[in-house]
Write a protein that binds this ligand. Structure first.
Ligand code: SAM
Length: 215
């Protein structure tokens, strides 16, 4: 899906399917209740959340729904350097407090943008070691309270088991890109070596690897 000339129909189907894959395996409900919601309650009205590498925007849509159920109404911004992701995300129905930008975290940090919470899902494994360090630096510039970068943990059992989920998604890149993503993902030890001071590594079921920073 990262190829500029990849099949457009399969790409759109992949953004659509991220929603179901993420709701099955990404663990954002736990991250929301444990880390995101307490910050939203502390900041109160006007809280802001940035999702870096938001793809089709499904993680922010889910967070917006949970926040709304909790009586919270933060502003959500999804950003992705791939204009095809942003075009898809903007076409999907969403609440008024959610918008999408085609930009990198570095560009937003340089422009002086600030958010209470900066997060990403399934972006770390797209990055080189140097880019992970740069994303951490941009995150601590951008975030006033909390940053969470959630990803897959590389493990042979994750690779062996993923076809049980990915095989359900026809005519999208979910299966092949999912397997490639697992092969590219970090182990906890690798991410611990890369994480700048002040960042914590947390693992979670199933094969999740989360990089967290609190101001
Ligand atoms: C596997 S998709 C995940 C999309 C979305 N976060 C989700 O979980 O559904 C990875 C996304 O990261 C984006 N991406 C790749 N390199 C990036 C970078 N250096 N900074 C920010 N986003 C990046 C891609 O364009 C793509 O939309």
């Amino acid at each position: 899906m990262d190829e500029p000339g990849c099949d457009g129909v399969r790409l759109v189907n992949t953004y659509r399917d991220f929603d179901r894959v993420n709701s099955a395996v990404s663990g954002w409900r736990g991250l929301y209740t444990r880390h995101v919601r307490p910050v939203l309650r502390e900041v109160g009205s006007g809280a802001t959340i940035l999702d870096v590498g938001c793809g089709g925007g499904d993680v922010l849509r889910r967070l917006a729904r949970w926040a709304s159920q909790d009586g919270l109404n933060p502003c959500f911004v999804g950003t992705d350097p791939d204009h095809r992701a942003i075009e898809y995300a903007r076409r999907e129905p969403g609440p008024a407090n959610l918008r999408f930008l085609c930009a990198t975290a570095g560009e937003l940090a340089t422009a002086g943008e600030r958010f209470d919470i900066v997060l990403s899902n399934h972006v770390l494994h797209h990055l080189s070691d140097g880019e992970v360090a740069a994303l951490c630096a941009d995150s601590t510039t951008l975030a006033t309270h909390l940053a969470i970068h959630a990803d897959i943990c590389r493990h042979p059992l994750a690779h062996a088991g993923f076809p049980l989920i990915g095989g359900w998604f026809r005519d999208s890149f979910i299966l092949e890109d999912g397997l490639l993503s697992i092969r590219r993902a970090f182990t906890p030890e690798e991410l611990r070596r890369l994480a700048p001071e002040g960042w914590q590594i947390r693992t979670a079921f199933p094969f999740r690897l989360n990089l967290l920073w609190n101001a």
